[in-house]
Ligand binder design. Structure first.
Ligand code: NAD
Length: 440
């Protein structure tokens, strides 16, 4: 089968690579010419484990090619996946401009019986509008299906090869049969539900995961005041099979390219249908204010950061990706600068500071990138572990302890051994642990 995947971001390149691996002829299509040129050379514009090998294999077998030309790819394709971005507009509503312009281009060259599958996260109800605008451009009957993407950056290739489920939103049995056969080799359960349910299921899944993070952060905050330790609390809760001990991340709140924008869309949609007072609004507000609240508290404990040198470890929004969308570093660094730090040394295994939105910050001269953790932490007054990249967690911090200074370390992901850090002479701070109280 010939397939076009539109949008060569995290979702699109992985999708294109995996379908080429399954033996299909695949076009990866994007409007970004630079990106397409580098992909055709086998150079990825972002980091994702296993992806470079997957793309190189596809290019070598010639089953995968990248193009900017709709006119070449679409008339050749029986299935077209739309994987373009759906960021938040200022109102909080999802911005569907990229999806709409991709669909309008597709409509110009659509062949009869071709299926257009929207993988981008779009709100329930958008299909009527998509079908209408496409049908104004083409006489070919438009067959639209939804197949929301559930992959996680950092393990996107393995999760696309072995998804937990494939959800196909369509009421058309012909469309379902073709898409079921296409996905069957992945070995996952395949569900046929309505497009609106498929789309709502995607939003609900992300909002639920964001809820777990928000919930455990609220419990962690209470632990700061009542002598409980959030890590012990999680252990005790996890034995209940209704709860489980997975996906509990007390920290600075959720970030990344999906949870914040998907929660915002649900909050926005709730408001438009009369639920002004809704959980998604509250969750979003709590999450947005969290970094400032935690750092305000840390500053009280360490006696301020004016004139200090601080090491910030981890610039991506989570380990094993170089994606910095809604990464905590983008809020933490400006906060520290505003509080008068003299110098910030950052370290990340994959992210270059010069490629973050932060690069345009007016005080960027005070922020420097180190090539390793030891260099970043050298003579630092404070160290902030923001992201649990394995090498950041495994680093021996006692090595860089400067005994002539009172050094503090904020473990914002509760990853380090409090006793070892304290024995080494650091003022150790973390999230929702009694350690913060009894050892301050
Ligand atoms: P991305 O921002 O990394 O990539 C989007 C790509 O689409 C860009 O390369 C852009 O140039 C391209 N594009 C925009 N308009 C285009 C057009 N008209 N024609 C062709 N290309 C166009 O996006 P992403 O992170 O891969 O996310 C894509 C969608 O998948 C979003 O709706 C997102 O919510 C959803 N999703 C993302 C993830 C994730 O982990 N990143 C997981 C699940 C679902």
């Amino acid at each position: 089968m010939t397939i076009t995947v539109i949008g060569t971001g995290f979702v699109g390149v992985v999708t294109a690579g995996v379908f080429a691996e399954l033996g299909h002829q695949v076009y990866g299509l994007d409007i970004d010419q630079k990106k397409i040129a580098s992909l055709n050379q086998g150079d990825l514009p972002f980091f994702e484990p296993e992806l470079k090998e997957l793309v190189l294999a596809g290019l070598q077998t010639k089953r995968l090619q990248f193009t900017t030309d709709y006119q070449v790819a679409i008339p050749d394709s029986q299935v077209i996946f739309v994987c373009v971005g759906t960021p938040s507009a200022d109102s909080g509503a999802v911005d569907l401009t990229y999806v709409e312009s991709a669909l309008l281009e597709v409509a110009k060259y659509l062949i009869p019986e071709a299926i257009v599958v929207v993988k981008s996260t779009v709100p329930p109800g958008s299909f009527d509008h998509f079908a209408k605008i496409m049908q104004e451009v083409t006489k070919v009957p438009v067959a639209l299906a939804s197949a929301p993407e559930f992959l996680r950056e950092g393990s996107a290739v393995s999760e696309t090869r072995h998804p937990s489920r494939v959800v196909i939103g369509t009421t058309d049995d012909r469309v379902f049969t073709i898409l079921r056969n296409l996905h069957q080799p992945l070995g996952a359960p395949i569900l046929q539900i309505s497009p609106a349910s498929a789309q709502m299921g995607k939003y609900a899944a992300n909002a639920y995961l964001a809820t777990r993070i928000t919930f455990i952060n609220q419990i962690a905050d209470l632990c700061q005041h009542n002598g409980a330790d959030i890590e012990e609390v999680i252990k005790s809760m996890g034995f209940d099979p209704r709860i489980g001990n997975h996906f509990w991340y007390p920290g600075l709140g959720y970030g990344g390219s999906c949870f914040p924008k998907d929660v915002k869309e649900l909050a926005y949609f709730s408001r438009t249908v009369g639920y002004g007072d809704n959980w998604f609004n509250s969750m979003q507000e709590f999450n947005e204010g969290r970094i400032t609240r935690i750092l305000d508290d840390v500053l009280v404990k360490v006696g301020g950061v004016d004139g200090q040198k601080i090491a910030v470890l981890g610039l991506s929004f989570k380990p094993n990706t170089d994606d910095t969308r809604e990464a905590p570093a983008l809020k933490v660094i400006p906060y520290l600068l505003q509080k008068g730090v003299a110098q910030i040394q950052v370290y990340d295994p994959q992210v270059q500071l010069s490629r973050t939105p932060f690069a345009n910050h007016s005080e960027i001269d005070q922020v420097n990138q180190s090539t390793n953790i030891a260099q970043a932490c050298q003579d630092a007054d404070g160290i902030i572990l923001l992201i649990e990249w394995p090498e950041i967690v495994e680093f021996e911090y006692s090595q860089i302890r400067n005994k002539s200074k009172n050094q503090w370390l904020l473990d914002a992901r509760n990853q380090l051994d409090p006793q070892a850090l304290s024995d080494a002479g650091f003022q150790y701070l973390s999230i929702g642990r009694t350690w913060n109280k009894s050892h301050e």
